[in-house]
Design a protein around this ligand. Structure first.
Ligand SMILES: *[C@@H]1O[C@H](CO)[C@@H](O)[C@H](O)[C@H]1NC(C)=O
Ligand SMILES: *[C@@H]1O[C@H](CO)[C@@H](O)[C@H](O)[C@H]1NC(C)=O
Ligand SMILES: *[C@@H]1O[C@H](CO)[C@@H](O)[C@H](O)[C@H]1NC(C)=O
Ligand SMILES: *[C@@H]1O[C@H](CO)[C@@H](O)[C@H](O)[C@H]1NC(C)=O
Ligand SMILES: *[C@@H]1O[C@H](CO)[C@@H](O)[C@H](O)[C@H]1NC(C)=O
Length: 422
C-alpha cells in the first residue's frame, strides 16, 4: 500500500499537471464556417464557401454531403458520391480539393477489350458537372504491356461550350523483352504483376506516366493495346497481362505498395472556383483582380483579394501577404495578421529581436549589440574599452559595421579580419 505522504505527493503532482494543462490550453480556434454550421465531417475540416447541411452553410454550388450512413467514420462526398473529399484548401493562390476515387479507370480484369483491342471509360461526370477541373497536380498513370492511353477533356466552359480541348495527356507503356538462356524472347511478367520497381518514367517496364498539359474538365480515358510484333505465344502472354489506367496525384506511384490491379482508393486533385450567383467573369484571362462588386459579394474578409479564376469563368479569394485565415468570412474567421515572430528563427530569418507588425515583421539586434540579426550569431556585444565588437562567425555582408563603432573584428578562423573605420 502507498504511504499517505507519497499518495498526497502524487495527488499534488496530478493537480499541478492538470493546472499546467489548463494553463496551456489555447484560445478557441477561429470559426472556419458560417455561424451554426457543422464544419467537421469525420476527420475532414470543411471551411466556407464549402459546407453541408443548411443552405446558409455553403455558397450555392459548393455543397458537399457528409455521409454518416455507412457505419464507419463519416465520409465527405462530392456530387454523385463516387468521389470522397479528403482535404479542402480555400486560401492560398491555388485553391484545390484533394479527393479519392476507388480503383482504376480502365481495368482489363473487369472489362473485356472492345473492337480493335481498346477500352474507353468515362471520367469526370461526378465532378465536372459541378464545375470542378482536374488540376496540374495530376498525371496519367498506365500499367500494361504495349498499351497507349490518352485522357480527353472538354474545353474550358465545360460540356455546354463548343470549345473542345481533346487530348490533355497520354503515354505508352511497354514491357521490355529479354532473352532467356535458350536464346528465346520473353517478357518479364513481373513488370506488370508486381509492385512497380522504378518510377515508370521511361515507359519500358510495364508502366508509364505523363503530367497533364492543362487544367481541364476531363471526359474520358481511352486505352488501346498495340500489336507488338512478337511471336504468337509472347503476344498472347502480353495480352493476358492486366491493363490498368489511373489519373492520380503527381508522385502517387512512388508511394504504391501493392500491385496495380489491387489498388484501392486513388488520390487526385481538383481545382475549384466560385461561379454560381455571381455575374459571369472572363473565361480565359491572365490572373487579374475581380470587379469591385464581385469582391464585395464574395471576399468578405478585409485584407483579402479577389481573383478571376484561370482558367475561368469563376472567382477565388485570397488573404493579403502577411495574413492568414478564411478570405470568404467576415470577422473573426477572416484574414488575420500572421505573427511571424511565433515561427522559429530558421523559418522567419530573424536571429535577433523579432517585432511583429501588421502584415509583416521587423528584426533587429538586441539593445547594446550590433550586427546582422538575419544570421545566426550575427549580433555581437561591443567591447566598451576597445569599441570593437566581435562576431562568433564571419558575416557574408558588412552590415555588422553599421553603427557608431570604430572597428569590426571577425574571429572565424577562415575569414579575413577586416578593420573598418566608420
Ligand atoms: C458534425 O457532423 C458530423 C457528421 O454528421 C457528426 O458526427 C458530428 O457530431 C457533428 N458535430 C456537431 C457539433 O454537430
Ligand atoms: C448539392 O446538392 C444537390 C441537391 O441535394 C445535389 O444534387 C448535388 O449533387 C450537390 N452537389 C455536390 C457538389 O455535392
Ligand atoms: C479490377 O477489377 C477486378 C475485378 O472486378 C477487381 O477485383 C480489382 O480490384 C480491380 N482493380 C482496380 C485497380 O480497379
Ligand atoms: C455550339 O454550337 C451550336 C451549333 O453550331 C450553337 O447552336 C450553340 O449556340 C453553340 N454553343 C455555345 C455554348 O457556343
Ligand atoms: C505519399 O506518402 C506520404 C506519406 O504517407 C504522404 O504524405 C503523401 O501525401 C503521399 N503522396 C501521394 C501523392 O499520395
Amino acid at each position: 500500500m502507498m504511504a499517505p505522504t507519497s499518495a498526497a505527493a502524487v495527488l499534488f503532482l496530478a493537480a499541478l499537471m492538470a493546472l499546467q494543462l489548463s494553463a496551456s490550453a489555447s484560445p478557441p480556434a477561429p470559426p472556419i464556417g458560417q455561424p451554426g454550421c457543422n464544419t467537421t465531417c469525420g476527420s475532414v475540416s470543411v471551411p466556407y464557401p464549402f459546407g453541408f447541411g443548411h443552405t446558409h452553410c455553403y455558397w450555392p454550388g459548393l455543397n458537399l454531403t457528409c455521409d454518416t450512413t455507412h457505419g464507419g467514420p463519416p465520409r465527405l462526398l462530392l456530387g454523385d458520391g463516387t468521389i470522397r473529399v479528403t482535404d479542402i484548401w480555400v486560401s492560398g493562390s491555388e485553391p484545390t480539393l484533394r479527393v479519392v476515387r476507388e480503383g482504376s479507370l480502365v481495368n482489363s480484369s473487369s472489362t473485356a477489350a472492345g473492337g480493335g483491342g481498346g477500352w474507353s471509360a468515362s471520367f469526370g461526370r461526378g465532378f465536372t458537372e459541378h464545375g470542378y477541373l482536374l488540376s496540374f497536380d495530376n498525371e496519367l498513370v498506365v500499367f500494361g504491356c504495349n498499351v497507349v492511353a490518352t485522357l480527353l477533356a472538354d474545353g474550358i466552359g465545360g460540356p455546354n461550350s463548343n470549345n473542345t480541348a481533346g487530348r490533355i495527356t497520354g503515354c505508352a507503356s511497354q514491357c521490355a523483352k529479354k532473352f532467356n538462356s535458350g536464346g528465346e524472347f520473353f517478357i518479364d511478367t513481373g513488370d506488370v504483376e508486381g509492385v512497380p520497381s522504378g518510377d515508370c518514367s521511361d515507359g519500358s517496364s510495364g508502366c508509364c506516366r505523363y503530367p497533364l498539359t492543362m487544367p481541364a474538365p476531363p471526359t474520358q480515358v481511352q486505352a488501346v493495346q498495340l500489336y507488338s510484333g512478337s511471336d504468337d505465344a509472347v503476344e498472347a502472354a502480353e495480352n493476358q497481362l492486366p491493363v490498368n489506367v489511373f489519373v492520380a496525384e503527381n508522385g502517387w506511384i512512388g508511394n504504391m505498395s501493392t500491385r496495380a490491379d489491387e489498388v484501392g482508393e486513388v488520390p487526385f486533385v481538383l481545382k475549384w472556383s466560385v461561379t454560381r450567383d455571381l455575374p459571369p467573369g472572363p473565361e480565359l484571362d491572365d490572373r487579374s483582380r475581380c470587379a469591385d462588386h464581385v469582391r464585395r459579394a464574395l471576399c468578405k474578409s478585409i485584407n483579402s483579394f479577389c481573383w478571376n479564376a484561370i482558367p475561368g469563368p469563376g472567382y477565388t479569394c485570397q488573404c493579403e501577404v502577411g495574413y492568414d485565415g478564411n478570405p470568404y468570412l467576415a470577422g473573426a474567421g477572416g484574414c488575420k495578421d500572421i505573427n511571424e515572430c511565433d515561427f522559429s528563427s530558421e523559418e522567419n530569418g530573424c536571429f535577433g529581436e523579432c517585432i511583429n507588425t501588421i502584415g509583416s515583421m521587423y528584426c533587429r539586434c538586441p539593445h547594446g549589440t550590433y550586427g546582422n540579426p538575419g544570421v545566426k550569431g550575427g549580433c555581437a556585444k561591443v567591447n566598451p574599452t576597445t569599441g570593437q565588437y566581435i562576431h562568433t562567425r564571419a558575416l557574408d555582408d558588412n552590415s555588422c559595421c553599421v553603427g557608431v563603432v570604430i572597428s569590426c573584428t571577425f574571429s572565424a578562423d577562415d575569414a579575413p579580419l577586416p578593420t573598418v573605420e566608420l
